[in-house]
Design a protein around this ligand. Structure first.
Ligand code: GUN
Length: 376
């Protein structure tokens, strides 16, 4: 993997770059749609490529390991072959899901023992086997096994957990560097900065993570309930330490405003379930602001979902029709709303990139943040 920095904004820390993988290039800043179980929920690969213009999608080690399992994935020739997505894939390590989804779990130095949310069976994730699993899934970018601490988190626990995450990282690196990709293309490992909402821990973690000298770095443990200002404070501290010549990925973030503010602080990559999860509940992100399509006011609004955004579903279908579909619990509602929201998120980061290239990002960002937070 290679990263080329193309431009930096003169009035903020925003950057535009290109990440090159064996499955193609990713222009940053980028938003990565979440495809937890090998599918971006309710969205075809053709729509992802042609309508949404996604450049990279996510998969989750935790879900894919449980179902379909490594046997099937290996027989398929990896996740790209299995789901037909031939552009880059990033897999999260399970570090997050083990803590958010699994029932009872025990964290030890060796790893995490937990119960599957599917059949209750007992499983063990260790830094070593999580590297092996992600090798088998075949993601282009794989994530270190970490602990995502909750918010709030007391200082003593945050410190202990961060130090364990660092020790786990060494084990991830040792395993990753002593194994080979399975399907003939390169894979790269991103370590994850932790440290909860404590500046001194974030500094310590960012310095440790940077010292590993990997090809890209991630920031975890944010957007877990802390105020947005606190998240920005942590992102800024960390981005100022992480190397400039490597991509920076902020995990699990966020709203359109969160994304723009973090781009301004030097983040290059984002993922979040927000556009797809909220789409299924009728929340639309548009170029004019936020729309709750379930509201009565849209019942007879026969204008397109978002004429300014463009794209097939956003101009073809009307607000009134989508509202009808949602109220009728039709499958098509989730499909249209998901494609629309993802098209919007990819449009947003593409606009941000263009503004960075033009040297006009900061003023545009300030204007957009206000506009995008408006509830229509
Ligand atoms: N997704 C969102 N936050 C995190 C995190 O802290 N760690 C991991 N592994 N995934 C995440």
């Amino acid at each position: 993997m290679q990263f080329n920095l193309v431009a930096t904004d003169p009035q903020s820390k925003a950057r535009a770059g290109v990440v090159q993988t064996d499955h193609g290039a990713i222009e940053t800043p980028i938003f990565m749609p979440v495809g937890t179980a090998g599918t971006v929920k309710a969205v075809h690969q053709r729509e992802l490529k042609e309508d949404i213009k996604a450049e990279i999608i996510l998969g989750n080690t935790y879900h894919l390991y449980l179902r379909p399992g490594l046997d099937i994935l290996e027989q398929a020739g990896g996740l790209h072959k299995f789901n037909g997505w031939d552009r880059p894939i990033l897999t999260d390590s399970g570090g997050y899901q083990v803590f958010s989804l699994a029932g009872t779990r025990k964290i030890k130095e060796e790893g995490v023992k937990f119960k599957s949310h599917i059949d209750g069976s007992t499983l063990n994730f260790t830094p070593e086997n999580v590297m092996d699993t992600q090798r088998t899934i075949g993601a282009d970018i794989i994530m270190a096994f970490d602990e995502c601490t909750p918010y709030p988190c007391d200082y003593t626990y945050a410190k202990q957990s961060m130090e364990r995450t660092h020790r786990w990282l060494q084990r991830c690196v040792d395993r990753f560097d002593s194994t080979e990709p399975k399907y003939g293309y390169n894979q790269t490992l991103f370590p994850i900065v932790q440290g909860s909402t404590y500046k001194d821990l974030r500094i310590q973690s960012a310095e440790t993570i940077a010292s590993f000298g990997r090809e890209g770095n991630a920031i975890g443990g944010l957007s877990v309930g802390e105020p947005a200002e606190m998240m920005y404070e942590m992102t800024e501290v960390v981005c100022d330490i992480l190397p400039k010549d490597k991509p920076r990925y902020l995990m699990g973030v966020g709203t359109p405003a969160n994304i723009l503010e973090n781009i301004a602080l030097g983040v290059d990559m984002f993922d979040c379930v927000l556009p797809t999860r909220n789409a299924r509940n009728g929340m639309l992100f548009t170029t004019q602001g936020i729309v709750n399509i379930k509201n009565k006011k849209w019942a007879d609004d026969f204008s397109p979902i978002d004429a300014e955004l463009g794209g097939y579903v956003s101009t073809f279908y009307t607000k009134a029709y989508l509202r009808h579909l949602i109220h009728s619990t039709e499958y098509l509602a989730g499909q249209i709303a998901s494609v629309h929201n993802l098209t919007f998120f990819l449009w947003l980061v593409k606009q941000a990139r263009q503004q960075i290239l033009n040297g006009t990002f900061r003023d545009w960002k300030d204007m957009m943040v206000k506009k995008l937070m408006t509830r229509l």
